[in-house]
Design a protein around this ligand. Structure first.
Ligand code: C2E
Ligand code: CA
Length: 611
């Protein structure tokens, strides 16, 4: 019995030992399997995997180290990992390693490490810990990913956000950032004043058009370089913002507009000296692909000493000053002053009022009769804009056209006017069953470059049912010739649409006669000033005669504007001018008076047949 029990016990013991050995074998196998897996993963991983001991000694480096950093395993074992790290990043790497050892938790870390060729790579690393049997951290597994390219892309993106791609200069955004910084500083310390300079290249649009965009770009790049050099070389009181980094003081806002920040300026003359230097540099010829190109710059200056409320107001004032410089003929420098402030405020008020006028439908159209000079019959009307101001009464467009044009408001006003004139034309005909008359509408420069002009016109003509040949569009000679290619394109589209085209204020602009030949137009409208000077100036008289002859030679009609006296009319008839308008016939009339005028014409049998 006892023997049986002992025998049984031995069997159990043997089974236990066997199981233990089996279990050990299983664990060994699992460890082997894990090592193999670790080897497969690390040997083939794109990331660099390192195993280091608690003292930072390298125990293992995966082959990716060779691919990414160029070091062979032998070279790695000879060099100190620590020394390869960028000196500025060493501390944070040490700190992260220390933290991982003490807490057992590794955190994500970015640092720079030297490639074998001496360049720097940016690594993103995560450490995890391996503990010994006592639960202490014994080793660190560090997985490093090469993020150099991503970092470069991010930096490029960041650079692009704040820099102009063509010139590499800072852009408007960065400029405003710096301006804000200087502004706040000047508010904290009244001794720290500065100046804002707005530089605008005169007639750059013309240069771009005549020479092409590639030449225009090359000139802009060179101007940017010259501006930076001017500011850098400045040995005057004014200092570029950012010390020696003068390129930071010069920004390109886009197009032909640049901004310059000048530190330590309390007197306008300091900034003006820099402006003069800039202007001298810009007027020096540019050599682009063996072509000599010339340019000039207008400069507007605003000083921080004027006690602005916001940083942007300084830039606004500098832009007002540059506009004044340009308005006075360009190639000048203007410092923002009180008078400009008053006129800028007036402009601002006018802008707000114009917006209200659009909302409250305060605009009106008046119609000035256009007569055939041969038989004094009514040919049609020129539609002229008026503003029925609640306080100031009827206002002529001359007082608000510039602001309306600059702010783009004239595009919507112009669109409204065309639609209004077409509807009026129909209303007249319906009321009195009159013969159709023509109506001429003035186009602004902005309308000419408005891509929606033709489709808007087509829509108005469709909606009103007005025959396109009753509508004429007037564009001043100077606007048309300032961009002859654009005008020619738009005119061709208008021609297709079937409307008439008149070159307005002719004789005051600078037309090239050869260009005129290719413009699809119907008539030249002689400028009012020439007509009024005819009686006193022989040359004005000769020019008027010449324009009429030119029109006829080009198979166009001639229209005289501003006829006030019978003598003027007699001369124009003598020159065989086709049509005319002016106070002699009638002032511009409101719609009702214009209709009355038509009725009288009909009674007299003076209603012209539309040719
Ligand atoms: P414009 O196209 O040369 O128009 C003729 C201007 O001469 C009108 O001034 C008219 O009232 C004035 N006028 C006509 N006959 C005589 C005359 O015998 N003697 C004198 N001294 N003046 C005469 P208004 O209406 O003040 O318009 C001025 C300018 O405003 C126009 O010059 C035109 O360029 C522009 N304009 C008028 N309406 C519009 C419009 O709807 N859109 C655009 N873009 N411009 C417009
Ligand atoms: Ca006109």
């Amino acid at each position: 019995m006892i023997e049986e029990s002992i025998w049984g016990l031995l069997c159990v013991l043997a089974a236990l030992v066997g199981y233990q050995q089996f279990r050990m074998y299983q664990l060994r196998q699992a460890a082997k399997h894990r090592d193999e897996l670790f080897e497969i993963v690390t040997e083939n991983a794109a990331d660099m995997i390192a195993l280091v001991d608690v003292k930072g000694r390298r125990l293992y480096n995966s082959p990716a180290y060779k691919k990414i950093l160029g070091y062979s395993p032998a070279e790695l074992s000879e060099t100190s990992a620590f020394e390869q790290i960028h000196p500025d990043d060493r501390f944070k790497v040490l700190e992260a390693a220390r933290e991982a050892r003490s807490t057992g938790l590794g955190k994500r870390l970015e640092y720079r490490i030297r490639h074998r060729d001496g360049t720097w790579r940016v690594l993103e690393s995560v450490a995890s810990t391996i503990r010994n049997e006592k639960g202490e951290v014994a080793k660190l597994v560090i997985v490093n990913r090469d993020i150099t390219q991503r970092k470069q892309a991010e930096e490029q993106l960041e650079h692009n956000t704040f820099h102009d791609t063509l010139t590499g200069l800072s852009n408007r955004r960065l400029f405003l950032d710096r301006l804000q910084h200087l502004f706040l500083r000047s508010q904290r310390n009244p001794d720290d004043q500065f100046a804002v300079m707005f530089v605008d290249i005169d007639h750059f649009k013309d240069l771009n058009e005549t020479m092409g965009n590639a030449v225009g770009d090359a000139v802009i790049i060179e101007i940017g370089r010259r501006l930076s050099a001017c500011v850098r070389d400045t040995d005057m009181t004014a200092r570029p913002v950012g010390g020696s980094r003068s390129e930071e003081a010069v920004s390109r806002f886009g197009g032909d507009e640049f901004g310059v920040l000048l530190d330590a300026v309390t007197d306008p003359s300091d900034a003006m000296r820099v402006a003069q230097r800039i202007q001298t540099e810009v007027t020096k010829p540019f050599l682009v692909k063996i072509r000599e190109v010339r340019a000039s710059a207008s400069v507007g200056i605003a000083l921080s000493t004027k006690g602005h409320e916001r940083a942007e107001d300084l830039l606004h004032d500098a832009s007002v000053a540059v506009r004044r410089a340009k308005g006075l003929g360009g190639g000048r420098c203007e410092v923002f002053d009180e008078a400009m402030h008053v006129s800028a405020m007036r402009r601002l008020r006018l802008e707000t009022e114009l917006k209200t006028a659009i909302e409250k439908r305060q605009f009106r159209v008046h119609y000035q009769p256009v007569m055939s000079l041969e038989n004094k019959r009514l040919l049609g009307f020129e539609a002229l804009l008026r503003w029925q101001h609640p306080a100031h009464g009827l206002i002529s467009p001359m007082t608000f056209l510039e602001v309306a044009e600059d702010t783009g408001l004239l595009v919507s006003i112009g669109h409204w006017l065309i639609s209004e004139a077409c509807q009026q034309l129909l209303a007249w005909q319906m009321k009195d069953a009159m013969e159709p008359v023509r109506v001429a509408v003035n186009l602004s420069s902005r309308q000419l470059s408005d891509s929606g002009l033709i489709s808007d016109l087509r829509l108005v003509l469709q909606e009103t049912g007005v025959d396109p040949s009753w509508l004429q569009l007037e564009l001043s000679e100077s606007v048309a010739m300032s961009d002859a290619r654009l005008s020619s394109g738009v005119f061709s589209q208008l021609r297709q649409l079937g409307t008439g085209i008149i070159l307005d204020r002719f004789g005051k602009g600078r037309s090239s006669f050869s260009q005129l030949r290719y413009l699809p137009i119907d008539a030249l409208k002689i400028d009012r000033s020439l007509v009024s000077e005819m009686l006193t100036s022989r040359s004005a008289c000769d020019i008027v005669e010449l324009i009429i002859t030119l029109a006829h030679k080009l198979n166009l009609k001639a229209i005289a504007e501003g006829i006030e006296t019978g003598t003027q009319l007699a001369i124009l008839r003598d020159f065989e001018c086709d049509f005319g308008q002016g106070y002699l016939f009638s002032r511009p009339l409101d719609p009702e008076a214009a209709q009355q005028f038509m009725r009288q014409q009909r009674v007299r049998g003076n209603h012209a047949q539309v040719p």
